[in-house]
Ligand binder design. Structure first.
Ligand code: GLN
Length: 538
């Protein structure tokens, strides 16, 4: 069978959940035994979102091979349980970079380089790239942005050309729109969908399926009306009604026959019914928690949910694994100080200190860590959160009062967290951190080893600074253990305090590998420790 291509575009408004719809369709097809991947094409000019502030675009998701990507790739991995790669996220910046570099090399010598055909050819080449590996039966391509925006046009034009070039049953388009409800009129309105599809048609693309985000059920009449005016077959207008959890959406899409319509289009007749047993087990646990637990998430991007997307999702997975609901309380680290920390963390069963960059909110993180360490409150620090637990320990246990990371004070006399050697000569900001998967050897008998149940693990990284090994002996002598080290370089990847009920800091980002079907072990153990703390408190 040729690799089949599904293109997913969006209209009317942004944030309708194209990523979730794409991931849900992929999940259903995968559960039928097909080999599926998802890729995202983003219309912005940054080469990747690595240089974007989380307030701009949410979390930056890092793949195994070290690509800094859109947070939708996190959804793809969480739904499918398979790794994505550099090739799965393409931006306008990457496309132009390739074309302009080729132009300088003389690849188009004598020719005027233009959006059509040179940019669109490069988009098409990248859209087909994963198909050439032979690893996938179906590739779902999400087109970022909203149809009608100037910046999306070259991507839609590339889709139009591919639909013309590829055999008809090798490629299809799904368009996601919004059907708003006007409460004054007590009516769902279909006009924005009709206009959005007309815009897509004006650019030469006829959608095969229209998926409508809606807060209320679409009646058969509304579906028929939209099918008629969007020029799609009856039954090809389907609803995506607001769901209590994003993980419910594959089942909603199944109920709407989205996967069946796609298989019919591709002429795939022998696919079995989807096997969603494990997914359903997870959903059952998610729907009926036996307990609740309150965990503080201390960070500086707390105003925007998407900034800590993978951490929040990891708590959903780890909560279900513990049959409990995790109430995550976002606490702004900028506003935590010695006077108010007890009050801010009162009622919390555990504290997670989040990753981050720069000075803002740093001291508040250190105060929260001290409180957790001194009061036996389960603590989990990720990346900057780990670095700050080392700083806190150095300051308050070793008495090195000016200990800090050189990220905020390069002149400190106690650089307990310092720039990695290979970072010292780096001046370029984009894509130059320590990125992607690295191995980590766990110390025998440590909490980390107990949690993972193995002595060698691999987790993903995104940082420039590291634990300064000049301080390792002093730190260990005072009761903080380096329980995970990179086997090749000796970099400290995990610290813990064995005398504390649960205190762990990790230099890597474990949240990037948690899925509903394989919850991340540290998150599972952390939620368990929070439940134990709660039980002891009562
Ligand atoms: N700013 C720190 C570093 O670059 C931590 C990064 C992070 O938390 N992702 O090392």
């Amino acid at each position: 069978m040729d690799t089949k291509f599904v293109f997913v575009s969006g209209g009317v408004a942004s944030s309708l959940g194209k990523g979730i719809i794409s991931a849900s369709l992929a999940k259903l097809l995968q559960a039928r035994g097909l080999r599926v991947t998802i890729q995202k094409f983003d219309p912005y000019i940054n080469i990747d979102p690595g240089t974007l502030n989380p307030y701009e675009h949410g979390e930056c998701y890092v793949t195994e091979d070290g690509a800094e990507t859109d947070l939708d790739l996190g959804h793809y991995e969480r739904f499918l349980g398979v790794h994505t790669s550099k090739a799965n996220n393409v931006t306008t910046g990457k496309i132009y970079n390739t074309v302009i570099t080729k132009e300088r090399e003389g690849a188009y010598l004598g020719k005027t380089v233009q959006i059509v055909p040179h940019i669109t050819d490069e988009i098409k080449r990248r859209m087909l790239l994963l198909g050439k590996t032979g690893e996938y039966d179906i590739i779902i391509t999400e087109i970022g942005g909203t149809v009608g925006d100037m910046e999306s046009q070259p991507f839609v034009e590339a889709v139009r050309q591919l639909r013309w070039e590829l055999p008809e049953d090798d490629c299809m388009t799904i368009h996601l729109t919004l059907v708003p409800y006007l409460s004054a009129a007590k009516e769902l309105k279909t006009k924005p969908t009709q206009h959005s599809v007309q815009q897509l048609q004006r650019w030469g693309v006829q959608p095969d399926i229209v998926v409508c985000r809606t807060e209320h059920e679409l009646t058969p009449e509304l579906r028929r009306k939209m099918a008629l005016f969007c020029n799609v077959k009856p039954g090809h207008v389907i609803q995506s009604i607001d769901a209590p959890s994003i993980y419910q959406v594959p089942l909603n899409m199944k109920a709407e026959n989205l996967d069946t319509l796609v298989l019919e289009h591709f002429g795939i007749k022998d696919a079995p019914e989807p096997d969603l047993r494990r997914w359903n087990e997870f959903l059952d646990k998610l729907a009926s928690p036996k307990k609740t637990v309150d965990i503080a998430l201390v960070g500086k991007y707390v105003e925007l949910q998407d900034a800590y997307k993978s951490i929040l999702e990891s708590f959903v997975h780890a909560g279900a694994a513990n049959e409990c609901k995790v109430n995550v309380h976002s606490i702004h680290s900028e506003y935590i100080d010695n006077e108010n920390v007890a009050e801010k963390l009162s009622g919390m069963d555990a504290v997670l200190v989040a990753p981050g960059f720069g000075e803002r909110g740093l001291e508040g993180k250190i105060v929260a860590i001290r409180y957790a360490r001194e009061n036996g409150l389960p603590f989990f620090g990720i990346c900057l959160g780990m670095q700050m637990c080392v700083v806190e320990f150095a300051r308050n246990v070793l008495g090195l009062s000016d200990a800090v990371s050189t990220e905020v004070n390069p002149a400190t006399s106690n650089p307990v967290i310092d720039l990695m050697e290979d970072q010292k000569s780096t001046t370029i900001k984009g894509g130059t951190m320590r990125l992607g998967a690295y191995q980590c050897a766990l110390k025998a008998g440590s909490l980390a080893e107990k949690i993972y149940g193995t002595d060698i693990i691999s987790e993903r990284h995104r940082h420039r600074y590291e634990f300064n090994n000049d301080y390792l002996d002093a730190v260990e002598a005072a009761g903080m253990t380096a329980s995970g080290r990179n086997p090749d370089t000796g970099l400290v990847e995990i610290v813990e305090i064995p005398s504390h009920p649960f205190f762990i800091g990790v230099q890597f980002h474990p949240e990037l590998k948690s899925t509903p079907e394989h919850p991340q072990p540290i998150f599972v153990a952390f939620v368990k420790a929070a439940l134990e703390h709660q039980a002891n408190r009562k």
